[in-house]
Ligand binder design. Sequence first.
Ligand code: IMP
Ligand code: MG
Length: 184
Amino acid sequence: MQDYREFLAEILVPEDTLQQKIKELGEEISRDYNGDDLLLVCILRGGVMFLIDLTKHISVPHNIDFMAVSSYGIGARETQRRARITYDLNTDIAGRNVLLVEDIVDSGHTLAAVLDMLEARKPKSLRTCVLLDKFDRREVVVPVDYLGFRIPNKFVFGYGLDIDEYYRNLPFIGVVNLERYISS
Ligand code: IMP
Ligand code: MG
């Protein structure tokens, strides 16, 4: 695989900016759910970095659980219109206050599908916490209750977000120069 520096067009959100915002989100969530039950549901795999840093800044008692959905076909650049659960929660969410933690909302299809599936399980409340919002690409209306950053329509990677399953480990959000990226 290529070193990311070969195709990094720019760093869109540097590490310190990310961490500062996540701290603020954690504090806001702590205020909003103070005295209430809370279950964070992380959507794998992209949401993992965000969940781990976010949970450290949430000062009220809460649970975490994970689910995975497939929403992209081959590689990372082709949207399927539907999401399918590939790994389900181990928690019964009926009557719980659920906060979905997701890396990015692009067309909105993935989040919309996940919200539908979870709503059917009768949680007490269901909200979303999204790190990145590619607002210009939205095809379906989805509620974003807690937002990190609104970003332009560019393909980004790092901090959980992958290009062909690599580069999720990077501590910042970078933009890909697609002419320099060699797909293998
Ligand atoms: P949506 O269903 O179009 O909203 O797509 C959401 C999913 O697409 C996210 O959970 C990501 O996995 C993936 N995705 C969308 N945009 C990007 C990007 O710029 N980089 C990496 N993954 C992305
Ligand atoms: Mg994802």
